[in-house]
Design a binder for this molecule. Structure first.
Ligand code: MN
Ligand code: MN
Length: 400
């Protein structure tokens, strides 16, 4: 048996003292007064620190609510020359049957190649700038540049591309109204060429087979190209004319709906008519405030956290409720019509997207419902003073 090295002994001592410190920190133990007990077995302190409401749930949590959170940090990175992508779908988060999301980065000149898919595509630009192109089924084309806070929407089956612009390229969130979507299962231009007989391609384009020699023999997905010229120089004249409906919506250029302690911007078919299958709200909650208790009658909610820290409690009827912690880069999910609130638990503004597989954003406010119902009736349920009920807001207050 070998003698342990001095270094190994020191490392062991350091681990022991860290564990001892952790054991003494009662806020990091499933202990509340006389209830619970300290953890004696293996621990993942980093994970536990991110999940204070899983380690020590509010006493109102009860019963079986399935997992409603998945972090993009826990997904597989698909790395290519020209960028990367990662996804949170029903495979990662089984409850998310109605929506799937992809986080993608493209370098300056990096191309998400010309492709289409069965589902519509909704996107929010996180950083940088990109050029997008599409051609619809009537032969109308669309070529535009997008920057931070801009949205785009491509209807199902419409072919499109995305290319990062100088200097730093871009990063964006894609959302698809189908939990089974995957970036690994799209119809890519290079894949089509690689799997169509050369003589059929030559006949289709009325060219010689030898003209096809330089065509790649496999799918490219994301690849590095030269950054495109300025938009004006990239225009393609279209005898059919431009698409009938705008595919880009400048969300951050819209005035926000201001509330006490935050603000909301909504994009749905009322102001972004093409987006018939994805409705969105960008919510900002200042420190100390929360997105009010509410629910959605039309569709499940798929969330993407842009900045800050939060906790969300979801009430699922029949004595069930569960609380989750979130931080930037996390995905959350709320099945309809479960009630929920989202509280800013950090000291910086909380920003997140609420997305719905629906043509319109719709929510029901608990406070407004109670305010617009006869006081005596509500009071008979809750024994609340009528003065408390009389002060409830009759208008919706998305952030409180
Ligand atoms: Mn796409
Ligand atoms: Mn909601």
């Amino acid at each position: 048996m070998s003698t342990p090295s001095r270094r190994a002994l020191l490392a062991g001592a350091a681990t022991l003292s860290a564990t001892a410190a952790l054991a003494q920190d009662q806020t990091r133990q499933p202990v509340e007064g006389k209830r619970g007990a300290s953890i004696l077995g293996p621990r993942n302190p980093e994970r536990e620190a991110q999940n204070p409401n899983l380690l020590r749930p509010p006493t109102t949590d009860h019963g079986t609510i399935p997992n409603l959170r998945f972090a993009f940090a826990d997904t597989h990175m698909k790395i290519r020359e020209g960028g990367w992508s990662r996804e949170v779908t029903q495979r990662e988060l089984p409850i998310s049957t109605t929506m799937a999301g992809v986080n993608m980065r493209l370098t300056a000149g990096g191309v998400r190649e010309l492709h289409w898919h069965k589902q519509a595509e909704w996107s929010f630009m996180l950083a940088g700038a990109a050029r997008i192109t599409a051609v619809d089924n009537d032969g109308h084309n669309f070529i535009a540049d997008v920057g931070p806070g801009d949205l785009w929407y491509f209807p199902a089956g419409i072919p499109h591309s995305i290319q990062g612009l100088s200097p730093e390229g871009c990063e964006f969130l894609l959302a698809f109204p189908d939990g089974t979507f995957s970036e690994d299962n799209t119809f890519d231009l290079t894949d089509l060429f690689a799997h169509t007989p050369k003589d059929a391609l030559a006949k289709n384009f009325n060219i010689s087979q030898s003209a096809l020699d330089p065509v790649p023999n496999k799918d490219r997905f994301i690849f590095q190209a030269d950054p495109p010229p300025p938009l004006r120089a990239d225009v393609v004249g279209d005898p059919q004319g431009r698409v009938a409906q705008e595919m880009v919506f400048r969300l951050m250029q819209q005035p926000a709906q201001e509330a006490r302690g935050g603000r909301v911007r909504i994009a749905d078919t009322r102001n972004f008519p093409i987006a018939t299958e994805v409705a969105a709200a960008l919510v900002e909650v200042d420190p100390g405030h929360m997105r009010e208790i509410h629910w959605h009658p039309l569709a499940d909610e798929w969330q993407f956290y842009l900045s800050g820290r939060a906790r969300m409690s979801v009430f699922g009827a029949a004595e069930t409720a569960r609380t989750f912690d979130f931080q930037a880069g996390d995905v959350g999910y709320v099945p309809k019509p479960m009630s929920h609130f989202i509280e800013n638990t950090g000291d910086e503004p909380l920003r997140f997207l609420e997305l719905f597989n629906a043509p319109r954003f719709e929510d029901v406010s608990l406070a407004q419902w109670m305010a617009l119902t006869p006081l005596e009736l509500v009071s008979a349920h809750l024994n609340l003073a009528q003065s408390v009920l009389a002060a409830l807001p009759r208008e919706k207050t998305p952030v409180v």
